[in-house]
Every structure is written in C-alpha cells, then in structure tokens.
Ligand binder design. Structure first.
Ligand SMILES: [Zn+2]
Length: 248
C-alpha cells in the first residue's frame, strides 16, 4: 500500500473497522513508514485526549439518522466501487472526530474551532456527494422554504438563482458545529454547490475562506444568518455565485 492509500484509512484502523487482509497490509506499511506512523500516533493521542478529558455524549438523533442514511447511500454505491465505502468510513470517522473536537473548548482555541467548523461543513458536503444530496427535490424556492418548517428551529432564506445560471435543485437538513443546519443545493453544469445556513446569534462563524482537497468554501453573515457555500467549482465561479446570493 502507498501512503496515499494508507492515510485515509488510519481513522478506521484505530476503530478496528478494517478487514484483516487490508489491516495486515496497512500495518506493515505503517511499520516501515515514519510519516504514516507519526500520523497514526497523532490520531491516537487526539483520541486519548478526548477520551480522557471529555464527558462522553451520545450522538444526537439527527446526526445518527444522517449517518445511517449516508451509509445506506454507500451500500448502494458499493455495488460498483468498493473504495467508496472506505472513503465514506473515513469521512464518517473524521466527522465524528470533528464533532467531538468542535465541542471541546478546553482543547482547541477559537481559531481552531472556526477551522474545524469549516472542515465539518466540507465533510457534510462530501458526505452528501457520496450518498443522498437532497431530501426535497425542487427548483421552486416556494416549495423548498416551507419544507424546512418543523424540521429546523429557524426558517432559512431560500433564493433561486436559475436566471443567473445557478439553478436551485433542492434542500436537506444537515448537521455541523453540533447543531442542525439548512443545506440548499444548487447546480452549475456537473458541479454541486451546497449552501449551509444557520442563525448567527451567539455562534462562531467559519473563516471567510477555506480550501481543501480541491473544494472551496466561502462564508459570510447576512440578516442574522451565517452562510457557507461549499463546492468543487472553480474559485472565480464560486465567488460570482456568492456575490449573487449576498446581493439578493
Ligand atoms: Zn506511508
């Protein structure tokens, strides 16, 4: 196995979620690779710190349902591509780790909390790309907005940007920063843009710009809501999209 294959599996390795054959290959790589061994040590010490210093909380029902649904999506995809489910496990494990960390004011400072929130939103976007991406499929903002009634403790602003080349495709309830958030899904050619929305009162905002693994994230605050747009769309088009949305 190569480092690129091993690193995404380290979380799953710590959780003993890897089949024996792959585990043996992974372990023998880690034994001979100081970079992967260091990474594994780091993950282990973060875990130990969290286990040792934090009260353990049961995952909220929303989050559990969401992971269950994401896994169902992976089973479906797994017929053709086995790698997908490992990627998904990696994402799920990472998002658990981030949830735990985001709730850890004693371990991480405010700056890190903002970064972690940005990571979590990106993970939510990746999960949606692997499994389901919309719960209500509609290009009509007057259908999508009332759909959130009763599913969220707030009513997110919903805007269609079809005339500007960014059609609204639907929405879903997602979970980030230890709270439910609205996710609006927009399309641009073959790309998806998720816009996460939640009330800003008393909340930490993610950093205005964030990028990882070819994904771009832009966050802003408007009318007492925080917004984060995430996509693999090129930066110029994502900026144009955000400008349109901000100015509605
Ligand atoms: Zn390695």
């Amino acid at each position: 196995m190569t480092c690129d294959e091993v690193k995404p599996l380290l979380n799953a390795r710590l959780d003993d979620e890897i089949d024996p054959i792959r585990r043996a290959a992974l372990d023998s790589h880690v034994d001979s690779c100081s970079s992967c061994a260091t990474e594994l040590d780091k993950l282990q010490s973060v875990r130990d710190a969290i286990r040792g210093q934090l009260p353990y909380n049961k995952a909220p029902l929303d989050l559990r349902n969401q992971i269950r649904q994401a896994l169902r999506g992976a089973e479906y995809l797994d017929n053709g591509a086995h790698r997908t489910s490992w990627r998904l496990w990696g994402t799920v494990a990472a998002s658990f780790a981030f949830c735990a960390l985001a709730a850890t004011p004693f371990l991480v400072n405010a700056h890190n909390q903002r970064q972690l929130l940005a990571e979590e939103l990106l993970s939510a976007h990746e999960r949606a790309l692997i499994g389901r991406s919309v719960d209500v499929i509609s290009s009509d903002q007057h259908t999508v907005k009332p759909w959130f009634n009763g599913k969220l403790p707030f009513s997110p602003p919903v805007t269609d940007l079809a005339p500007d080349g960014f059609p609204l495709e639907g929405g879903r309830v997602d979970y980030a920063g230890a709270r439910p958030v609205a996710a609006l899904v927009y399309g641009r050619r073959l790309h998806k843009i998720d816009v996460f929305i939640w009330p800003s009162a008393g909340e930490k905002a993610p950093p205005p710009r964030f990028a990882r693994n070819g994904y771009n994230e832009i966050s802003w605050e408007k009318d007492n809501f925080l917004f984060t747009a995430v996509s693999d769309l090129n930066d110029a088009e994502l900026v144009a999209f955000v400008d349109l949305l901000r100015n509605r």
